[in-house]
Design a protein around this ligand. Structure first.
Ligand code: AMP
Length: 368
């Protein structure tokens, strides 16, 4: 999360995704305009970064100019679009490509198109990095469109909020909710399920345990259950695609949640990426990973003890237990690094009385 002036923004579109979209547009421009000696006109300030990246990828004769317009005041689109710096080039008879960072209502490009027509230009095309189809009210064709986005306020990659954020290389969207989303982390037997039960009531969160959802499906012999059972019985991970789809469906069942406790998810980097994407589509993000740290031999003893009453086949066999712990270190522990990089990792000593551990976890959550 980042803060610009008074508002908070969460990650929305990565630089890699933006680069790929610019690559696609540039392939088309190189094909379409190879022998046209086009005049590219970037719309300042927002389009400077996109224009630069796009033109680095155009490999034929061309000219470049900029025009400065302003249509935004704060986050509300104003009806009025002012021309601030005029167009000096002769545009009659030229092929013009207008480079825009974003087209939302379309007011700006309408003004520009009138301006170009009045100066005798008949051949102009629009290239925009972002496009909001829901907000667009004009008929002008957008020939080259990078990424379509929903009607949200975004910053970064040239776009600003009251002057700030243009230099960010990823794009962020306005944080639209105050959800608290916790990833409860730790090896099997660390006490995630026990603590999640307490924390969900204390913080009014929805608890999703992927292990519980799988076991419920196995018990009811659903298709998902049958699919997952062979993996679970051996202590292996269920394939990402299956798990991710299931998790998305569980989140969608709770549209009014104040937040979630994810218990047993994510367990792989692909799952962590997909969780980020899912929460981003709701204008929110993972608030923190809180990890219960417990020594391996304590885990084995706890799980064998639990196996006497839990009825879980994967708790009854010491080899399966040791395999689950091994899988955790081989495949899952890398996520500590994943969230540490985002300053979201908080380790908590998971040995002691249940309420002592809850207190340690709460101390972290209360500061988020
Ligand atoms: P748990 O109750 O969290 O210990 O999970 C029990 C078993 O369910 C695991 O050993 C895996 O086989 C499967 N499982 C639970 N969550 C996931 C996940 N996020 N990804 C893959 N497999 C999972």
């Amino acid at each position: 999360m980042i803060k610009l002036h008074d508002l908070q923004f969460v990650p929305f579109i990565s630089e890699d995704k933006i680069s790929a979209a610019i690559d696609d547009i540039s392939v088309r421009l190189n094909n379409d305009l190879a022998d046209k000696n086009p005049l590219f006109i970037g719309v300042l300030n927002g389009a400077f970064m996109f224009a630069s990246e796009l033109l680095k990828r155009f490999h034929h004769d061309c000219e470049v100019s900029f025009i400065k317009l302003s249509s935004y005041q704060g986050t509300e689109t104003t009806q009025e679009v002012k021309e601030l710096v005029g167009l000096n080039e002769d545009v009659s008879g030229r092929t013009i490509v207008i480079i825009e960072d974003i087209v939302d209502t379309g007011n700006t490009i309408e003004v520009l198109s009138e301006l170009l027509k009045s100066k005798g230009c008949k051949d102009f095309k629009i290239a925009t990095l972002f496009f909001k189809p829901e907000a667009y009210t004009k008929q002008i064709n957008i020939e080259y469109c990078g990424i379509e986005i929903p009607n949200r306020f975004i910053v970064g990659y040239g776009l600003d909020y009251n002057g700030l954020g243009r230099n960010l290389t990823d794009v962020y969207q306005l944080k639209s909710s105050n959800m608290t989303n916790l990833v409860l982390f730790g090896p099997p037997g660390a006490g995630k399920g026990t603590q999640a039960e307490v924390l969900k009531t204390k913080y009014n969160l929805v608890h999703i345990s992927t292990g519980d959802v799988f076991r419920y499906n196995i018990k009811n012999a659903t298709e998902l259950g049958m699919l997952a059972k062979s993996f679970i019985d051996k202590g292996q991970l269920v394939p990402d695609e299956v798990t991710i789809n299931m998790l998305n469906a569980e989140v969608d069942k709770n549209p009014d949640a104040k937040g979630f406790i994810f218990d047993g998810f994510p367990r792989t980097e692909a799952q962590a990426d997909s969780l980020a994407e899912l929460l981003s589509s709701k204008g929110t993000e993972v608030s923190a990973m809180v990890a219960l740290e417990v020594d391996d031999e304590v885990l084995v003893q706890r799980l064998l003890e639990r196996g006497k009453t839990s009825g879980r086949p994967d708790d009854a066999d010491e080899n399966v237990i040791r395999n689950r712990i091994k899988v955790y270190y081989n495949e899952t522990a890398i996520l500590k690094n994943y969230y540490q990089k985002q300053d979201k990792y908080f380790g908590v000593d998971g040995v002691g009385a249940i309420d002592e551990i809850t207190e340690r976890l709460s101390a972290v959550i209360d500061k988020l």
